[in-house]
Design a protein around this ligand. Structure first.
Ligand code: FDA
Ligand code: NAD
Length: 437
């Protein structure tokens, strides 16, 4: 049994939704057999970031259909009906179990073959499991990961099952920090455990991390750093205690795990060239096979701003932009992108009353500015940041509590590679250095 499409988008996450909208904008409605999206998830593409923020609110949490793509970019809300109305076939709840790039076919878990002329791989990433680090307990009733709606529903259910209880958060990255804030909002006592010296180790400087750790501490969160949970004690299918490597025992009513992600490349290993944990693509998001594009978390692409070096990002802005670029390139429309993607890396997070953005690359010397000492009880909202300076130019910028104009200004400074003054002046002037009246 088989079906044939001109274009197939494999994966139904953020990148898939933005790719579909770009397709319709450039091409109009799809003709029968022209475009399908195959997704393991049971729902149409949605804005995944909502899962660790609005979805976890104690009251009035965000629920579908309100956060389908592409509302995260203040664009159209693409419900399932939208796909139907525009001739795009959504094949939901369907896992692709193998791919044959030479034959241009995909095999579904139900045994169907889907063939394509052009494939856009948008399989995203998966959460790493405790067992992959020698741990245990992933299957326990009260151990939560967070990657999809099912995970988020389980997390909400667990939070509601133990009001006032103890949560152990394993990992001090994006998931750990955002979920810890949500747990606090749900009146659960939080202990975060991670092996590094400070939270958000891949991005934050020790000074920036100290601000957020102090802020979280003032909200009642406990940090245990420089160690890991070596095992989880389980009774009747539920974790009761987390045991640390140093022997400490922490009582647990629930556990949230955020120990990193791995790109879903397995279907294409040995068929497409891989780099830096992802599928290697060129500036048109085209893989080593000219009929296959890769976008979003799974794609490793050249970043002009970083000297053309190949990079892979696990962030939503990248998923949106690479998806649009790949569709434009694949359709080869006269109004398509003039050339290769020119991406400015952009990450953000929102927790409690805080909100930060980062642009560029956190390489070089970090120069902090603003008041990093304020706490959650301070009368004015915190505002501070850092510039990263390399070879006399601003290569990265972080800002907490900025206005849209200020974020735009730091983004512009990074994109234009603004010449940096000496560190003392940059620290003193801070935002004023990039925000011109
Ligand atoms: P995404 O993971 O969105 O989608 C992949 C899709 O492929 C899924 O539908 C999956 O089921 C499907 N799939 C995979 N293998 C398949 C197979 N074999 N067969 C069929 N389907 C398959 N970023 C940011 O910048 N700011 C933020 O605030 C957040 N917040 C955030 C919260 C949470 C909880 C998570 C998990 C992630 C974030 N992110 C984020 C990261 C951001 O969501 C992420 O970078 C994008 O979702 C990536 O989009 P993709 O489409 O590449 O993958
Ligand atoms: P992460 O890489 O941000 O953080 C992983 C954390 O786990 C780090 O603190 C690390 O020190 C810790 N860790 C690693 N191994 C460990 C171990 N064995 N035991 C305990 N801790 C360990 O990954 P994440 O927080 O799991 O996020 C997963 C994905 O979701 C990423 O792709 C991330 O970009 C994405 N995400 C992004 C946002 C955002 O951009 N605002 C929000 C949520 C999720």
């Amino acid at each position: 049994m088989g079906r044939a499409f001109t274009y197939v988008i494999l994966g139904g996450g953020v990148a898939a939704g933005y790719a579909a909208l770009e397709f319709v904008r450039r091409r109009g409605d799809a003709a029968p057999g022209e475009l399908c999206i195959v997704s393991e998830e049971a729902v149409a593409p949605y804005e995944r970031p909502a899962l660790s923020k609005g979805y976890l609110l104690p009251e009035g949490g965000a629920r579908l259909p309100a956060f389908h793509t592409c509302v995260g970019a203040n664009d159209q809300l693409l419900t399932e009906d939208w796909y139907n109305e525009h001739g795009i076939e959504l094949i939901l709840g369907m896992k692709i179990i193998s791919a044959d790039v030479r034959r241009k076919t995909l095999l579904t878990s139900s045994g169907e073959t889907i063939s394509y002329k052009t494939l856009i791989v948008a399989t995203g990433a998966r959460a790493l499991k405790l067992e992959e680090f020698g741990g245990n307990g992933s299957d326990a009733e009260n151990v939560c990961y967070l990657r999809n709606i099912e995970d988020a529903d389980k997390l909400v259910h667990q939070m509601r099952s133990c009001p006032g209880g103890n949560a152990i958060v394993i990992g001090g990255g994006y998931i750990g920090m955002e979920c810890a804030a949500a747990l606090v909002a749900n009146k659960i006592k939080v202990t975060i455990v991670f092996p590094g010296k400070h939270c958000m180790g891949r991005l934050f400087t020790p000074k920036i991390a100290e601000f957020y750790e102090n802020y979280y501490t003032s909200k009642g969160v406990t940090f245990i750093k420089g160690t890991t949970v070596s095992s989880l004690e389980i009774s009747s299918g539920k974790v009761t205690t987390a045991i640390l490597r140093d022997g400490r025992r922490l009582p647990a009513d629930m556990v949230v795990v955020g120990i990193g992600a791995r790109a879903n490349t397995a279907l294409f290993e040995g068929q497409l060239v891989m780099e830096k944990g992802g599928i290697k693509v060129n500036g048109k998001m085209q893989t080593s096979d000219a009929s296959v594009y890769a976008v979003g978390d799974v794609a490793t692409f050249p970043v002009k701003l970083l000297g053309g070096g190949a990079r892979r990002f696990e962030h939503v802005d990248c998923a949106r932009r690479t998806a649009r670029h790949a569709v434009a390139a694949a359709l080869d429309h006269p109004s398509g992108p003039a050339g290769d993607i020119d991406y400015l890396p952009f990450f953000y997070s929102r927790v409690f009353a805080l909100s930060w953005r980062f642009y560029g690359d956190n390489a070089g010397e970090a120069v902090h500015f603003g008041d990093l000492s304020s706490s959650s009880s301070a009368s004015s909202p915190p505002k501070f940041g850092a510039f990263w300076v390399s070879a006399g130019r601003i290569t990265g910028a972080f800002l907490e509590g900025g206005s849209p104009e200020e974020y735009e200004a730091i983004a512009h400074a990074v994109r234009s590679g603004a010449a940096a003054p000496d560190a003392a002046r940059l620290a003193r002037e801070g935002l004023a250095f990039v925000v011109r009246e």
